[in-house]
Design a protein around this ligand. Structure first.
Ligand SMILES: Nc1ncnc2c1ncn2[C@@H]1O[C@H](COP(=O)(O)OP(=O)(O)OP(=O)(O)O)[C@@H](O)[C@H]1O
Length: 327
């Protein structure tokens, strides 16, 4: 028997139907009698599988269909076509056994109750998920320790800073110790220190519990730190599914040569100069020319040091989304 993946998505599609309406009072009156329906394709034919314990970066520009996909996987939206299994369950049936094993955390959507202390919202989650008291205590202690929550638990949510609230949102969503986490922009708007804190926490939770994580983030630092594999979508369709390192190899036609010289020289004949300081020069060179240009630099100039690097992931991804023809 072959092992069953934790998340299985086959030919998934979501079409939103919305009423079109022009601006203005006249249009509003006309719309009462004849309403035009418009179809917006949110997700179009996605197929992928995720194994237990993987942390996958789910990437795409604004409007690519990431949130729509996560909502379908978490059972908040019905698909228009296709099949999904998460831990063997059909998410939109929202069976209790399924809901007890998953969590959807949305960085831009608040789940904790605004006016009551954090700990009271947690108690509510305990009741909803029917978490046994001993397990709740244990998990609360563990999360409070990992996320440094002790000073926050008795404050009303409305008094917390954005970063503090995000830590509490994440903890509140994990009290039932879910096996599968759907994290939609969990570090959005947070400062660098808090981003790292949340990132470390996700890694730690994954290692401690073996949970499977599907993560969207516009911060490449999150993705580089946590995900070996990434899935890239655009206009609801799949562009790439594989190792992050392979993404750079496959899509970037350039590398960067960094040279340190004994004395300044004009390196424009060797490639595109990206930056130049007193003795360091960064050159963008087509991959196919790297060996030739490196050899020329070493013979022509007094080189003290030379290294060849891949461009930053951000640059590669930006390039993929702006020039789809490279795909
Ligand atoms: N409730 C809705 N009704 C109509 N169209 C919608 C609805 N929700 C999303 N869409 C559309 O579906 C497409 C995919 O949106 P989605 O929110 O899934 O993208 P995303 O990749 O999460 O984007 P972002 O990075 O901006 O959050 C977009 O064109 C969006 O406008």
């Amino acid at each position: 028997m072959t092992a069953v993946a934790t998340v299985n998505v086959t030919h998934l599609r979501k079409v939103y139907r919305v009423y079109e309406r022009e601006a203005g009072l006249g249009a509003a009156l006309r719309a009462l009698f004849q309403r035009q329906m418009q179809e917006i394709v949110g997700v179009d034919d996605l197929t992928f599988a995720i194994e237990a314990g993987e942390i996958i970066g789910f990437l795409g520009p604004n409007g690519a269909g990431k949130t729509t996909t996560l909502k379908m996987l978490a059972g908040l939206l019905y698909p228009s076509a296709g099949e999904v299994r998460v831990l063997g369950y059909v998410p939109w049936r929202r069976e209790r056994a399924f809901l007890r094993q998953i969590a959807l955390v949305m960085g831009q959507r608040q789940q904790l109750i605004w006016d009551i202390p954090v700990i009271d919202s947690f108690e509510l989650n305990r009741a909803i998920y029917r978490i046994p008291p001993a397990q709740y205590r244990h998990m609360l202690d563990e999360l409070a320790d990992l996320l440094d929550l002790a000073p926050l638990l008795h404050k009303p949510v409305r008094n917390l800073s954005l970063g503090e609230r995000m830590k509490c949102e994440i903890a509140g969503s994990l009290l039932h110790r879910p096996q599968v986490l759907f994290l939609d922009e969990p570090t959005i708007g947070l400062d660098i220190v808090m981003q790292r804190r949340i990132r470390d926490f996700i890694r730690e939770y994954n290692q401690r519990t073996g949970a499977t994580v599907l993560l969207t983030s516009h911060y490449m630092a999150d993705v580089e730190a946590l995900c070996r594999r990434v899935i890239l979508i655009h206009h609801g369709t799949m562009l790439f599914d594989g190792d992050l390192t392979r993404l750079v190899e496959r899509f970037s036609p350039y590398k960067t040569i960094i040279v340190r010289l004994e004395e300044p020289a004009d390196l424009r004949p060797y490639g595109e100069v990206l930056s130049q300081s007193e003795d360091h020069v960064s050159l963008r060179v087509p991959k196919s020319a790297i060996a030739r240009v490196t050899a020329r630099l070493l013979t022509d100039l007094p080189v003290l040091d030379l290294s060849v690097e891949d461009p930053p992931i951000e640059t590669v991804i930006e390039q993929i989304f702006t020039q789809e023809e490279v795909v």
